[in-house]
Design a protein around this ligand. Structure first.
Ligand code: TRP
Length: 454
């Protein structure tokens, strides 16, 4: 069989483009849909506090490790481990990442499809005059219905494949650059409306006032899972993107700016959602529907709400799209480079196979509502297993690989751009990836799944 021609690999066009693409991957439904819903289910402030600690002590080091692996190997995650550690079983980490990509893409595209329904409802003014309870009801009956969620899923999957097909520079980068700043502006406007609602204070207290009595082993694991999910780390997305970053860019700066932006947006989403959750009498622990139940209420309470609502859901859809393409890209890069398929064949094969799992996720509240494993429906299993199990495990092996296998001198070579940059943080970074991050991940993980009790 002919080999893939690695000299023809695509890459990002500029430093800003690379940051925008990585930020585009990180910023998405994870910040605006998943973050508020897991904060709500896990009791608020204390969860946020632990989440932030994980971003800094574990998230940023894992992200920088992924960039290092990707850029030095110039490969998809599987190929990267095989190239850097020939004949060693590290490639299994890459394989696990490809598996995680399948699961994440399946349920994520389902939620992205809900965004399309909310764009449609915005256009037809479907939220107008509805009470908070009506809006909740509207969400439930949509999600339980058998046809519309599938239609939106299929459309979203198609858009994702179409962009991935057009390649890295023309596809991914172009879309990420312009639209994300507008989304941020809109979230800030929503925050202002939300915190000036009557009764907003309870929401802010819920989000920012820690109550550590609400913390359990599972909560801590959820915080770790959410940190990984939101930063797009633990499965090789950022190994893949790292392989497209120019050898002249500063990887540490990129990792820090992407992580800070991502975290800022998640907190802003929390500030936009929780005051409204309390003001409109919605239960913070409403689960995966929280944001979709809450936001239309805010739009109804603001001048020009019709247009805001439309614009917001369109931009949320775009934010989701810049994330789904980054997940699909992992599978496609793997199929193309390892199975030597054309980009087109790889994309079609990947999206069709993800769709099988995805359709089951979509139908989790409708046709497949009674189908449960361990008391969870298909959607819940994919969401829980990928974020809380596969990503932390992947992250654990990624930091161990950089800390103990690549080692300080090869890592320094890559992070200093072959000696052109100073990389003064190197010894701190090596300490984090050799000891702090792996021990912390292992403890949270074993404690969370109940194998060890601290
Ligand atoms: N981080 C994205 C979000 O917050 C989702 C995502 C994209 C992702 N690529 C990933 C999550 C890789 C985990 C791993 O919406």
């Amino acid at each position: 069989m002919a080999e893939f021609d690695f000299s023809k690999r695509d890459s990002f066009g500029s430093k800003f483009g690379a940051i925008a693409a990585a930020a585009g991957s990180a910023i998405g439904l994870g910040n605006i849909w998943r973050f508020p819903y897991v904060v709500g289910e896990n009791g608020g402030g204390a969860f946020l506090f632990i989440y932030l600690a994980f971003i800094f002590a574990i998230g940023i080091p894992v992200m920088l490790s992924e960039f290092t692996i990707g850029r030095s190997a110039q490969r998809n995650p599987f190929g990267a481990f095989r190239k850097l550690a020939p004949g060693k079983p590290w490639y299994l980490v890459g394989l696990m990442g490809v598996g995680a990509a399948f699961m994440i893409l399946a349920f994520y595209t389902a939620v992205a499809g809900w965004t399309l329904e909310y764009i449609y409802q915005s256009i037809i003014n479907g939220f107008a005059g509805k009470s908070s309870a009506d809006l909740g009801q509207m969400f439930d009956s949509f999600r339980e219905s058998s046809f519309r969620p599938i239609l939106w899923f299929a459309i979203f999957m198609f858009m994702t494949s179409w962009i991935v097909l057009s390649g890295v520079k023309n596809g991914i980068e172009k879309y990420a650059k312009i639209l994300m700043p507008i989304l941020l502006l809109l979230i800030i406007i929503l925050c202002i409306r939300s915190v000036t609602l009557p009764g907003a204070k309870d929401g802010l207290l819920f989000l920012f006032k820690p109550d550590f009595s609400k913390i359990t082993g599972n909560t801590i694991l959820e915080a770790l899972g959410q940190a990984f999910f939101s930063l797009s780390i633990g499965m090789g997305t950022l190994i893949t993107y790292g392989s497209y970053i120019s050898k002249k860019d500063n990887l540490a700066n990129t990792a820090v700016s992407v992580s800070l932006t991502d975290t800022f947006i998640a907190i802003m989403a929390g500030v936009a959602i929780f005051p409204a959750v309390f003001a409109f009498g919605i239960a913070p622990e409403s689960g995966e529907g929280l944001v979709y139940r809450t936001l239309p209420n805010i739009f109804q309470q603001m001048p020009g709400g019709y247009y805001f609502s439309l614009l917001f859901f369109v931009l949320l859809g775009v934010a989701a799209l810049t994330s789904t393409i980054s997940v699909l890209e992992v599978i496609v890069a793997y199929f193309a480079e390892e199975l030597n398929l054309t980009r087109k064949k790889a994309t079609i094969l990947a999206s069709l196979s993800v769709s099988v799992l995805g359709l089951m996720a979509v139908m989790s509240w409708g046709t497949l509502a009674d189908f449960e494993i361990f008391g969870m429906h298909v959607f819940g299993i994919l969401d829980f297993t990928s974020a809380n199990i596969l990503l932390p495990l992947g992250g654990l092996f990624i930091v161990l690989f950089v800390g103990w296998y690549l080692g300080a001198s090869r890592t320094k070579e890559e992070l200093s751009n072959q000696g052109t940059l100073k990389a003064k943080y190197l010894s701190l970074f090596m300490f984090l990836v050799k000891f702090i991050a792996p021990i912390a991940i292992a403890m949270v993980f074993l404690n969370g799944i109940g194998i060890l009790k601290f």
